[in-house]
Design a protein around this ligand. Structure first.
Ligand code: GZL
Length: 363
C-alpha cells in the first residue's frame, strides 16, 4: 500500500474520533494532508504543542528519510500534535497548508520550502497571527528575515565545492588532464537551494579548472526524470565522461540509462568509463559507491527532526536559537585515492565506503 495510504490507515485506526474529524482539515487543495500524531496530555508542566509541518513531497529517498525523522520526533508521546502536509512538489500547496495552519492556530509552523522565493506574503500572515516559523532543509529568500525564527539545513554550496575538489584531485591522481573532463549536470528542482548552490559549486570549479560543462538537464531529484534527462544528454553529448547529479535518485536514473545504452561506468576515465557523482549519501547511494557505479557522493543529511525540536525547545524555554544552523556532513568515495579535500582553507576527510560504514548509518 502506498506510504501515504498506509499512514492514513494507521491514523484511522489509532486516532480518537474527534481527531479523525480534524484529519480532513489538514489537507488543503491537492495536498497530502494527514494528522500523524494525536494530541495527548503533555508530560509534567509541558503543554502539548501543535506543529504544522509543510513538507516538499516524496520525490527521493532523502525526502522519505527526512519525513521519517520529523514523524519520529514530533510524536504524541513526546507531547506533540503533528499536522503533516505533503505538498507533492508544489510551493502553492505549501502556501495553502501554511494558511490552514494559521487558521487552526498551531503553535509552530515548520516549512521545508520547495523553492526559495514566494514566501513573503504568507509568512507576513503567520507573523500577524504570532505563529513562529522555522525553516528547514532548503532556504527562503524574504525581504524581512524576521519572518522566520531560525533555519537549519545543509550548506549545499560547500557540498558542491567539496565534490568538485574531489574530482579535481582524483583526475590529477589518475593523470587525467582537467581539460579532458566533459561534464553534464542533472539539475534538481530549479530554484531550490540545493539546485542553486550545487550548480554554483560546479560552475566555480569549471571556471578555475577549465572543465567543459557540456549541458544541463532537469533531473528534478527523481529517478524517473534522471533516466529521461540522461537519455537526452547522451543523445546530444555522447562524448560526455562525467555526470554531476544533484541527488542520489536522479543518479540512479542516470545509471539505468547509461547501462541501457551500453556505456561503461566507473572511475577509470582513461579507459572510457563514465564517472557519476552525486549528493545525499543514502543507503542505496553508498551501495553504488561500493559496487563501483558512483565515484563520489557529498553527504546531505536529512535527519532534521531532532534539530528542529531543539529550536522549538529553546523557544519554549524563552531562549533565542541561532538564526542559521548548518549541519556537518561527510564526503564519500570508494577508496583513498583522494584522502581529503580542502575548501576555503578548511580540510575535509574523504570517507572510504565499506559495508560496515553503510550499516552504521541512520539513513
Ligand atoms: C537537499 C534536499 C534535496 C535532496 C534531494 O537539502 O532539499 O531534496 O538533495 C531531495 O534528494 O529531494
Amino acid at each position: 500500500m502506498h506510504r501515504k495510504m498506509r499512514k492514513k490507515a494507521a491514523v484511522a485506526i489509532l486516532l480518537p474520533a474527534f481527531l479523525l474529524a480534524s484529519c480532513g482539515k489538514t489537507g488543503g487543495q491537492g495536498t497530502g494532508g494527514r494528522t500523524v500524531s494525536s494530541a495527548s496530555p503533555a508530560e509534567g508542566n509541558q503543554r502539548t504543542l501543535t506543529i504544522g509541518f509543510a513538507q516538499v513531497g516524496e520525490e527521493s529517498d532523502w525526502r522519505m528519510a527526512n519525513s521519517r525523522s520529523i514523524e519520529e520526533t514530533f510524536t504524541s508521546a513526546h507531547g506533540y500534535h503533528l499536522l503533516f502536509e505533503d505538498a507533492q512538489g508544489s510551493a502553492e500547496n505549501q502556501i495553502t497548508s501554511i494558511r490552514d495552519f494559521i487558521q487552526q492556530g498551531v503553535d509552530y509552523i515548520v516549512l521545508e520550502p520547495v523553492v526559495e522565493t514566494g514566501w513573503d506574503t504568507v509568512l507576513e500572515e503567520a507573523k500577524e497571527a504570532n505563529i513562529p516559523v522555522i525553516v528547514a532543509d532548503r532556504k527562503i529568500e524574504v525581504k524581512d528575515d524576521s519572518l522566520y525564527t531560525a533555519w537549519v539545513g545543509s550548506d549545499c554550496l560547500l557540498e558542491g565545492q567539496k565534490i568538485c575538489q574531489w574530482l579535481k584531485l582524483f583526475a590529477d591522481a589518475r593523470g587525467i588532464p582537467q581539460t579532458d573532463l566533459r561534464i553534464v549536470n542533472l539539475q534538481g528542482t530549479i530554484g531550490s537551494t540545493p539546485q542553486i548552490e550545487r550548480e554554483k559549486g560546479l560552475k566555480e570549479a569549471c571556471e578555475i579548472y577549465h572543465w567543459n560543462l557540456l549541458a544541463q538537464e532537469r533531473g528534478e531529484f527523481t529517478q524517473a526524470k534522471g533516466r529521461e534527462a540522461m537519455a537526452e544528454l547522451l543523445a546530444s553529448h555522447p562524448d560526455l565522461n562525467v555526470v554531476y547529479c544533484d541527488n542520489d535518485n536522479s543518479a540512479f536514473g542516470a545509471l539505468e540509462t547509461l547501462q541501457k545504452e551500453g556505456r561503461k561506468i566507473g572511475t577509470d576515465l582513461a579507459n572510457g568509463k563514465v564517472l557519476v557523482l552525486s549528493f545525499d549519501g543514502t543507503n542505496k547511494g553508498l551501495r553504488c559507491i561500493l559496487n563501483g557505479t558512483i565515484g563520489c557522493i557529498a553527504e546531505c543529511n536529512p535527519l532534521h527532526g531532532p534539530r528542529i525540536e531543539s529550536i522549538i525547545r529553546d523557544l519554549e524555554e524563552g531562549k533565542q536559537p541561532e538564526k542559521i544552523q548548518y549541519v556537518d556532513e561527510e564526503l564519500f568515495a570508494a577508496d583513498n585515492t583522494v584522502p581529503e579535500v580542502s575548501v576555503n582553507g578548511t580540510s575535509y576527510p574523504v570517507k572510504a565506503v565499506t559495508g560496515q560504514l553503510i550499516s552504521d548509518r541512520g539513513f
